[in-house]
Design a protein around this ligand. Structure first.
Ligand code: SF4
Length: 458
């Protein structure tokens, strides 16, 4: 018979496990800082928070509930579904946080919040302050964004402004997901990392006032309210899922262009207009351009030739990888090369079971794509992949994916920065200021690693 002293206390065991994991996380940040000494440590922490998410203590969440909260502006960007959020993080977690100061003396770094109740990165209260901790170690202080005035207002339809026109990037970007679903449907069409359709379902059943299509009059009314009370927002993005047949009688270009036209007629010059769509034929790109769109995001998601059809089966079936790339390059003549900024999902090329297992090889593949586009003046940017449980690659395959290793993200930042430098490209427009301590783009660190202009002008 075992003595009581030998009994294992499961919570102590779990604490021990978490502390060990936290130590490993910090060791890895420090190892990569030594390996890439010219990469800001802030960017490494930011990428790690984006790839593994953050947990909240009960007191921290109570504190956060008084600030601007997650709007679920398109995808969930969480690592657990809402029904597994025991603290109702979906209603109380902040949209973004700014890390600064603290024992690691961080320069101000803006990070999007991805909820993961088991993450070793933890927001906690120390004294009167909200701080970022990893295991037992305090890393930095955290600032949150005040609730903007316009978030407190409703439209005449009864919809809250923050549902119709939420802002991200610390208030810089008005995010207009005017179509909340995607017509790529199911495992054979949806991009395997994307939970747009499932997130729609979970948000509606959790009571969020999501509508499939946002009425134009609501969008205009929300923008008028923002315009009235706010100076911080500088750009808007029109976005949503792909339209492969038509939506309410309109094809994809005309559907999104109709919003841009209405916005530009009423608020010409107030915001930088941007649109995310499929890579459209040139004639349809021109519809967007003529409607006023200045920056075009025909997102290619993943460069790798072998993996693209596996990860993006709908894009492969309806357009095809080579044609997608041809249309991106052709868009340079329509919008100007610096205004064509396709996104890819950083890390997805290491997803199981088909992806790379070696971060260096994964980044080498992705770097080919960076060179291909950047040599033609088009500057891709990326968002950090966090495995979402409702995305096809998790839900349909029935197994949670680990995120790509931090080393992959460190190597990618170096590759992107060096490629951007080598091709002497301008700072991508429409993302706010570049540089560590300045950048506000919150879903990856590509803006944080762009060199700051020298203060003496030399
Ligand atoms: S095109 Fe792919 S990434 Fe975009 S919304 Fe549809 S499934 Fe998601």
């Amino acid at each position: 018979m075992k003595s009581s002293a030998s009994k294992i206390d499961p919570s102590a065991n779990q604490d021990h496990h978490l502390l060990r994991e936290a130590e490993q996380r910090l060791d890895e940040v420090q190892r990569l800082s030594r390996l890439f000494p010219d990469l800001p440590v802030e960017a490494l922490i930011k990428e790690d928070l984006l790839r593994v998410g953050i947990s909240f203590s009960r007191e921290a969440l109570r504190y956060c509930a008084n600030f601007k909260s997650k709007s679920y502006f398109i995808f969930s960007f969480d690592m657990v579904p809402i029904d597994q959020m025991d603290q109702q993080e979906n209603l109380r977690a902040p949209e973004e946080m700014q890390l600064f100061d603290g024992p690691w003396n961080l320069r101000r770094t803006t990070v999007s919040v991805r909820v993961n109740p088991t993450s070793v990165w933890n927001a906690a209260i120390e004294g009167e302050s909200l701080v970022l901790r990893c295991g037992g170690e305090t890393i930095s202080r955290i600032d949150l964004q005040e609730i903007p005035d316009y978030y407190q207002k409703n439209l005449t339809s009864g919809q809250p402004v923050h549902e119709v026109a939420p802002t991200i990037e610390w208030g810089y970007l008005v995010y207009l997901t005017v179509y909340r679903k995607c017509q790529y449907f199911g495992f054979k069409e949806e991009c395997h990392f994307c939970d747009i359709n499932e997130n729609y379902r979970q948000q509606v059943s959790a009571g969020r006032p999501y509508r499939t299509v946002k009425p134009q009059e609501d969008v205009l009314e929300a923008l008028a309210i923002i315009d009235d009370v706010d100076d911080n927002s500088k750009a808007y993005t029109l976005t949503g899922g792909s339209i492969i047949r038509n939506l309410r009688g309109q094809g994809e270009a005309e559907f999104y262009a109709s919003y841009a036209r209405a916005i530009e007629e009423r608020f010409s010059g107030r915001w930088i207009p941007k649109a995310v769509t499929q890579a459209l034929p040139v004639a349809e790109q021109k519809i967007l351009k003529d409607a006023g769109i200045r920056i075009y995001h025909p997102n290619y998601e993943i460069w790798d030739e072998r993996l693209f059809p596996i990860i993006c089966p709908g894009k492969e079936a309806y357009v095809g990888r080579s044609e997608w790339h041809r249309r991106i390059v052709a868009a340079a003549d329509v919008f100007g090369p610096e205004n064509v900024i396709p996104n890819f999902v950083a890390g997805i090329e290491m997803s199981h079971p088909h992806g790379y297992t070696d971060p260096e090889q994964a980044v080498a593949s992705t770097r080919e794509g960076l060179d291909f586009f950047m040599s033609q003046g088009v500057c891709p940017r990326f968002t950090v992949w966090c495995p979402e449980p409702l995305s096809p690659m998790v839900k349909d395959l029935g197994e949670m994916q680990p995120p790509a290793p931090l080393e992959y993200h460190a190597r990618l930042l170096v590759a992107w920065r060096d490629c951007h430098r080598e091709h002497r490209l301008p700072v991508p427009p429409g993302y706010g200021p570049p540089g560590v301590g300045q950048a506000i783009f919150s879903v990856s660190s590509f803006m944080d690693v762009i060199d700051l202009p020298l203060a003496n002008g030399s």
